[in-house]
Write a protein that binds this ligand. Structure first.
Ligand code: ATP
Ligand code: PRP
Length: 224
């Protein structure tokens, strides 16, 4: 049996269902809106596991699901050495979002990462603590800042409503996912003039622990 993990709600679930339906495999919830059991029609030996998108990387790594749909951002953030435990089977063409660093729009002299680096250095001298960046993407943000030799900062954990932390004065800057940019604008934040930390999209991943003829058969049925 191939266990297929799909996000349990929202746009990601619906677009995943559409993606599989376009390839002849119909996924659906087994019962009511609130029930997290799934049904698979059109493919033998496949069971649907509805899960939080954020938990799918861990379930793939543990080999509790063989295939899973989630964002590339979540796999790279949650799995150290992700290439050793999962393979990217197919980008799915939806769930596009960029992981970016944003500062208050009123910081007119902060346009690039170089500007932020010098502001962060001065900030520490003036305030006695390091400039705070709110994020839930600790691993990716740390790695990106280290690569760009930014040191005078601290990460503040924010698991949601991250754009609100600046107005709430629990952070000076944020690193979060954006797609339309509306949430940033509504919170008077501006993206640094740099390439995104990561460009993410929904992707079909396979656990490296999985394989065999059933998997090969399913992937070929999906045209992969
Ligand atoms: N505004 C957005 N537009 C497009 N994709 C987004 C957007 N926000 C988040 N995503 C993507 O959706 C995926 C899942 O994010 P989400 O925060 O809904 O998952 P989650 O934290 O597992 O949800 P929950 O715990 O509430 O079930 C991530 O890969 C993310 O990149
Ligand atoms: O650029 P936009 O189109 O405005 O989208 C960005 C928002 O979408 C995501 O939040 P989500 O609604 O998934 O909730 P969350 O804050 O709980 O992560 C993300 O964390 C941003 O807050």
């Amino acid at each position: 049996m191939i266990r297929l993990g799909v996000p349990s709600k929202g746009r990601l679930m619906e677009q995943s269902f559409d993606w599989f339906a376009d390839r002849g495999v119909r996924l659906s919830r087994a019962g009511s809106e609130r029930e997290y059991a799934g049904r698979v029609d059109g493919a033998d030996g496949v069971s649907l596991v509805l899960l939080s998108a954020g938990e799918i990387p861990r379930e793939l790594a543990a080999g509790r699901i063989e295939l899973g749909v989630t964002g590339t951002d979540l796999v790279r953030e949650k799995l150290a050495g992700w290439r050793d435990v999962v393979t990217e089977v197919a980008p799915m063409g939806f769930g596009h979002a960029d992981l970016i660093l944003a500062v208050p729009d009123c910081w007119r002299d902060c346009e690039t990462l170089d500007d932020l680096t010098s502001i962060a250095r001065d900030f520490r001298a003036v305030h006695g603590f390091r400039l705070r960046i709110a994020t839930k993407y600790h691993r990716l943000v740390r790695a990106w800042l280290a690569e760009h030799e930014v040191a005078d900062y601290q990460l503040v954990d924010s698991q949601g409503a991250t754009e609100g932390t600046v107005a709430n004065q629990t952070a000076e800057a944020i690193a979060d996912i954006t797609s339309s940019g509306a949430t940033l604008r509504a919170n008077n934040l501006r993206i640094l003039n740099e390439d995104p930390i990561l460009r993410s999209q929904a992707t079909l991943f396979a656990s490296r622990a999985a394989g065999g003829t059933a998997m090969t058969g399913l992937l070929s049925q999906l045209g992969l």
